[in-house]
Design a protein around this ligand. Structure first.
Ligand SMILES: Cc1ncc(C[n+]2csc(CCOP(=O)(O)OP(=O)(O)O)c2C)c(N)n1
Length: 551
């Protein structure tokens, strides 16, 4: 057996199903080994970034490691954004890159970049394999590091000469399940006391609560205690957002309606907080300010906005279950304000749901998409643009990871590839990728991959002929509009040139009919949807900043 066969065997041992990417000449031995694999399928993409985003989304949705491959130099540098995306977003991913032979080479420094060093700040682990016998231990170590809390990106460089080494030791290590330590019983007792003593405790659900099993534990906690909740953008759906105790999502760090509740709380029970997310609230360092109880796999990282009074560190589900079992409902708990506010927020957020103007308002577009995706398991993936705020506020998720937005790296370009991976992982769910015209065109070449893979996928381009998010910020900062307008291709013809179907609805009703048709038929569909962002400034900047909280 050669080192490449052994590498593929080690990946099979880890349960890998797909390798996304673009091989180069330095990976040809590995490609040959992959060709012989009966368990792992190569998903060839049109850009390494698309492959990286697909692998990361596979990791995010399955909890297993998404694997991607590239050549050395330019292929590997194209992985950089996807590495950062997975690393910040806590998505387990392994990037395999090639390299020129390391023992003897006659190519000078042609295409050679120190990729391992480049990857270090963006990964949990980056290593070059220098001896074929080490393949099994390095692969096992990489998988273990990628999946254990906090999950993230790992990188292995597999040089050409090492990948061709013959007669290596066939010494595969078994995969061991990993149990997390449980929080100390004093921490649980202190947490129970802290919640019982508070008058208006409020639950905040963050990114790390989005992992396996936590959803059930937190839903039980809410039902047993009656404590209302809100979530961060990446914690959406961990507890069903249609629950009557759901207050909404903190899409902004301050001034949104949810912050009326946050300001009234004397304790925030912050489960799965991850500093990579835009803060859902700012703590104040003064007498009488709202206290925070931090419940997570790892201790809180202190900064000017976050310095919790108590950390409960250990397996989150276990901590929540134990708190639920030990807590007693308190007579002095007062949730009246939150309950009234929950209704008020629902009314406020739904204000433009029935608006018929066209180009469509983002609020109405979100409403239409939510109504069309009738199953709780259907998935929307977002690229990055100003519409993300409207989805975070208005799209209610009944299950975790059914609105895939990136509130970590917040990169453009991930919407389409992550929609493709979401469909591969959930073939029975409907999947809609929503992109801006700017973000879509950062990885639009993957339309060919989607068509070639035979995916049933709907892509919606919210088209404002501009980098709308930055335009909105520009206006918010009082600058003149400048430098952010675009000319777009004919997206309908563009879709058709890839063998997809293209549509350009001209009214809200036509959009509804088109979307209904697209999500219920085979193949790749692209809807070029003209969007009206003219209310962004007046609502998100003026109205919210000047609102008065309900008494
Ligand atoms: C790769 C990358 N480049 C630049 C940015 C900065 N940025 C954030 S949103 C945005 C504009 C997005 O425009 P578009 O995709 O058209 O969506 P819109 O906001 O117009 O709905 C830009 C340039 C980013 N987040 N990621």
């Amino acid at each position: 057996m050669n080192a490449s066969d052994l590498f593929i065997k080690a990946l099979e041992n880890e349960g890998v199903e797909y390798i996304f990417g673009i091989p180069g000449e330095e990976n040809l031995d590995l490609l040959e080994a992959l060709r012989k694999s009966k368990k792992i399928k190569l998903i060839l993409t049109r850009h390494e970034q698309g492959a990286g985003f697909m692998a990361a989304t596979y990791g995010r949705l399955t909890g297993k490691v998404g694997v991607c491959i590239s050549t050395l130099g330019p292929g590997a540098t194209n992985f950089a954004t996807a590495a950062a995306y997975a690393q910040l977003g806590a998505m387990p991913i392994l990037m395999i890159t090639g390299q020129k032979p390391i023992k003897k080479s006659k190519q000078g420094r042609f295409q050679i970049i120190d990729i391992v060093r480049m990857m270090r700040p963006m990964t949990k682990y980056a290593k070059q394999i220098v001896n074929g016998n080490n393949v099994p231990s390095i692969v096992r170590e990489a998988f273990k590091i990628a999946t254990t809390e906090r999950p993230g990106a790992v990188h292995i460089e597999f040089p050409e000469d090492i990948s061709a080494e013959e007669d290596v030791d066939d010494n595969i290590y078994p995969v061991q399940a990993f149990q997390y330590p449980q929080a100390h019983k004093k921490a649980i007792a202190d947490a129970v006391k802290m919640i019982e003593k508070a008058e208006r405790p409020l639950l905040c659900i963050g990114n790390a609560a989005n992992r396996d099993n936590i959803s059930t534990a937190l839903t039980d906690f809410v039902n047993e205690t009656g404590i209302p909740f809100f979530s961060t953008q990446m914690g959406k759906g961990v507890v069903d957002e249609n629950h009557k105790l759901c207050l909404s999502t903190a899409a902004l760090s301050k001034d949104d309606f949810i912050h009326c509740a946050i300001d009234k709380a004397d304790l925030i029970i912050n489960v799965g907080h991850d500093v990579i997310e835009k803060p859902p609230f700012f703590m104040e360092n003064e007498e009488g300010a709202t206290k925070v109880l931090h419940i997570n796999f790892f201790p809180s990282e202190v900064d000017d906005t976050y310095f919790p009074q108590l950390d409960v560190v250990g397996d989150i589900s276990s901590s929540i279950e134990r708190i639920t079992n030990n807590i007693s409902k308190q007579e002095h708990w007062d949730f009246d304000y939150y309950v009234r506010l929950a209704d008020e927020i629902r009314n406020r957020l739904s204000k433009y749901f029935g608006d018929t103007r066209f180009p469509i308002l983002p609020q109405r577009a979100v409403r239409t998409i939510r109504q069309t995706l009738t199953s709780d398991d259907d998935i929307v993936t977002l690229d990055n643009g100003v519409y993300k705020i409207w989805f975070a506020r208005n799209y209610r998720c009944a299950k975790p990871n059914t609105l895939l937005l990136d509130n970590a790296l917040a990169t453009m370009g991930a919407g389409l590839p992550s929609g493709m991976a979401a469909k591969m992982v959930n073939p029975d769910s409907k999947v809609v990728a929503v992109c801006g015209d700017g973000g879509f065109m950062m990885n639009d070449q993957e339309m060919e991959t989607a068509v070639r893979l035979g995916l049933d996928l709907t892509v919606i381009i919210l088209n404002d002929n501009a980098y709308g998010m930055i335009k909105w910020k520009q206006t918010g900062m009082g600058f003149d509009t400048f430098g952010l307008d675009l000319d777009n291709p004919d997206f309908v013809k563009f879709a058709e040139s890839f063998g997809a179907k293209g549509y350009r609805p001209e009214s809200c009703e036509e959009f509804e009919e088109t979307l209904e048709k697209c999500v219920n038929s085979k193949g790749v569909h692209l809807i070029d949807l003209a969007v009206d962002y003219s209310l962004n400034h007046s609502i998100l900047n003026d109205l919210l900043a000047n609102k008065t909280c309900m008494i």
